[in-house]
Design a protein around this ligand. Structure first.
Ligand SMILES: Cc1cc2nc3c(=O)[nH]c(=O)nc-3n(C[C@H](O)[C@H](O)[C@H](O)COP(=O)(O)O)c2cc1C
Length: 188
């Protein structure tokens, strides 16, 4: 059986990010044959600029992102909410991965979105904006694989999500839906 690869893009760059920990917990739920990798290069990518997005001038960090997204079977986007929407680092990654227009590496890619914030709103606005931007970029967003975690400041203050049985069950279900979608396409 070939390996299914899932690339996690995390929208918080801070070391103690709970969104990052949720991505780590999701990685621990990966069954045999599924590999989840956290992408580490988002902070190095310059802001999207059409003047840079030309042959032989695309910044190496953006090329690396495009290659990583192209090489993965699916993407797990894990995002906090900053001022009611996506953090700039994730929007920037989506923008780079969306071009060339109609032929970017996100086109047709299976994506699940997980959002998490300290409020009870659970980063829902950020989640909705991520779904919208990914959809415009041509990704296949699997809405039923979505998860929203609210009140993460208290819930995960002392507990890593990988030690939270309910979170693990939810994350495993998201990973399964994503891999099921990849498998269904492969068998179509
Ligand atoms: C610039 C900034 C803006 C924020 N805006 C929101 C917001 O609109 N809604 C919300 O629920 N939390 C907001 N927060 C709080 C985040 O939910 C909180 O910092 C969360 O822990 C970030 O995720 P992380 O732990 O993965 O870094 C904001 C935080 C920052 C730094």
């Amino acid at each position: 059986m070939s390996q299914t690869r899932i690339l996690a893009l995390v929208g918080s760059l801070r070391a103690a990010s709970i969104n990052r920990r949720l991505a780590e917990a999701a990685a621990r739920t990966a069954p045999a044959g599924v590999e989840i990798t956290l992408y580490e290069g988002l902070a190095d990518i310059p802001f999207y600029n059409e003047d840079l997005d030309v042959a032989d001038a695309v910044p190496a960090a953006a090329v690396a992102l495009r290659e990583a997204v192209a090489a993965t079977d699916a993407v797990l986007l894990v995002t906090p909410e900053y001022n009611g929407t996506l953090p700039a680092v994730l929007k920037n990654a989506i923008d780079w991965a969306s071009r060339p227009y109609a032929a970017g590496v996100l086109k047709g890619k299976d994506v699940a979105v997980i959002s998490a914030s300290i409020s009870s709103n659970a980063a829902k606005w950020s989640h909705d904006d991520a779904v919208k931007a990914l959809g415009v970029a041509g990704a296949n967003v699997i809405e039923e694989a979505s998860l929203n975690f609210g009140a993460i400041g208290s819930r995960f203050a002392q507990t890593h999500p990988a030690d939270d049985a309910e979170a693990l069950t939810q994350l495993a279900a998201t990973v399964r839906l994503l891999t099921d979608s990849v498998a269904a396409k492969a068998n179509a």
